[in-house]
Design a protein around this ligand. Sequence first.
Ligand code: ACO
Length: 357
Amino acid sequence: MTKSNSDLSESTPKSPSDHRPRPSRPIDTGIRTKIAGTGSYLPEKLLTNVDLEKMVETNDQWIRERTGIEQRHLAADHQVTSDLALVASQRALEMAGMTAQDLDAILFCTVSGDQIMPASACVLQTKLGAKHVMAFDLSAACSGFVYGVSVADSLIRTRMFKTVLVVGAEVLHRFVNYKDRETCILFGDGAGAAVLTAADVNEDSRIYSAHLRADGSLGDLFVLPAGGSAMPFTHQVLDDGLGYVRMKGREIFKNAVRTMSDVCQEALDINGMSIDQIDWLIPHQANLRIIEAVGKHFGIPAEKVVINVQRTGNTSAATVPIAFDEAVRDGRIRRGQHVLLTAFGAGLTSGSVLLKF
Ligand code: ACO
């Protein structure tokens, strides 16, 4: 249905200071999106805190106390980001009872794709053997999967496509300076995927709403300076370590807790739900203390929060789908349960998705 002028004026910012997106429920098109299958993949190679003790001035106790992380998985030398994504995608398709031929679109959420061009989504398309799809990369850093689910849901509900693969995959360790103790302890590699499809009318599973935000004014808190048009690679640039991520950890920490709490509250308010009705909270796995602070903010019992950061470290866009898939496969998350996904990342970006699995 077309919006009337008076409808539109209600959602138009009234003054320059009134820029905050108006929270709203998605327009009801009569189509509902469900998550038909999930999959994930963590490479075999491990980097433990004890390994890191030999590389930089740090120690296992500090890392555990400040981050909760005990180990991270690293891609083998021959593996690229699309290889990790391929396994996660195949597993998600298998759970959905589908093949690559059922896909209409591939959204590859990553900030560490195989190369700048072509899109890793197109590489993955070829590896999967998916013939007739639209494919593109989505760059929202650690919020990538949450952004991707929202975009896929919109594409499905507006009848543009029926079935969309959303993958979050990273090989971030190749962009980390193993001489910088503040960043190198945090990141790991991995991939998670979900197949989203239009639900049948009699099905209960659905995505209720997504709430996405960005604040580019805080972009300098987490950056990968070189490799783009602003700073092409030169010998000097590489010698200066500008091909590695740089971070202001303490500021990110504070923003992460605030923004994830805000977007989760928005999801609850818009859907008229309370935190008691949420069966599972799946937050971005960056730091156990950030996760605990968000859980505490909502008073959600610790056993309802899916946490795997101890084993995986921060895999950026892959953390939420990996945690989701692990909890589905080990029987914690069951059909009919309410799941709240939330993430924050470089940009700064943040978002939440409320769904019934
Ligand atoms: N080992 C030992 N000491 C360390 C280490 C380390 N690996 N790293 C820093 N320190 C030192 C610091 O130098 C500092 O020393 P000082 O007091 O002498 O100056 C001290 O430990 C405390 O440093 P803080 O920065 O206050 O430590 P904090 O408790 O904030 O923990 C951390 C740091 C773990 C980085 C935390 O701030 C954090 O997790 N922030 C969020 C980071 C994040 O999520 N980044 C990615 C976001 S975007 C995305 O997910 C893609």
